[in-house]
Write a protein that binds this ligand. Structure first.
Ligand SMILES: C[S@@+](CC[C@H](N)C(=O)[O-])C[C@H]1O[C@@H](n2cnc3c(N)ncnc32)[C@H](O)[C@@H]1O
Length: 184
């Protein structure tokens, strides 16, 4: 029997789908915000990094899970940045979330290391970005990587996450679309 999932941010998820249909962009909202909330709570995250904000659905899910946390989320599309800032500002979590405008590769070096949790949802995973995110995570910190079933560079990232050298990883779903990885 399939049970309904309660998602506090379901309306923002739907708004993201509506926006994508109009904008013709790549703002596909992540499929399971409550999973991110639960992981943020389990990690007791204080500092969270997100790559790929879109309209803020997952930034809010992460912030909701760890009420003491700050979330730094990065987005390059100016329309998404504006919409995400407006969306976040209308919630009680506004003071916990900073939407950084810019390209991942340019923004990551400007952030201070020591993140407890990172979520990659910015298109196809790329090895250089994953190395940069790894450098920002504390040892024992958790990385959630979406889009691992994309072709191309996702294969190399998947291999690095699962070869047992630098991460302890598990797939969240049968298809292997999302992995949870602990930094060794
Ligand atoms: C799949 S959407 C993120 C969805 C969001 N996490 C959610 O669940 O609602 C990916 C986002 O990453 C942004 N993005 C893609 N490549 C980027 C890059 N190199 N730098 C910054 N943002 C990027 C896109 O503009 C898009 O808004």
């Amino acid at each position: 029997m399939t049970r309904p999932i309660t998602d506090l941010f379901a309306e923002i998820r739907k708004a993201t789908d509506r926006h994508r249909a109009r904008h013709g962009c790549s703002a596909y909202p992540y499929g399971n915000g409550p999973l991110l909330s639960a992981l943020a709570a389990a990690v007791r995250a204080r500092r969270i990094l997100e790559l790929g904000t879109a309209l803020g659905y997952t930034a809010l899910s992460l912030a909701y899970g760890a009420s003491d946390a700050t979330v730094d989320t990065i987005e390059c599309d100016a329309d998404h940045v504006r919409l995400a800032r407006d969306t976040v500002a209308a919630t009680a979590l506004a003071h916990h979330i900073t939407v950084h405008e810019g390209d991942f590769a340019k923004m990551l070096p400007t952030l201070d290391p020591g993140y407890d949790l990172a979520f990659f949802d910015g298109g196809t995973p790329i090895p250089t970005l994953h190395s940069a995110v790894r450098g920002l995570l504390r040892t024992g910190g958790v990385l959630i990587t979406a889009n691992l079933t994309h072709d191309g560079t996702a294969d190399a990232v998947q291999k690095a996450l699962f070869d047992g050298k630098f991460w302890r990883s598990a797939s969240v779903d049968e298809r292997g679309e999302t992995a949870i990885s602990v930094k060794l």
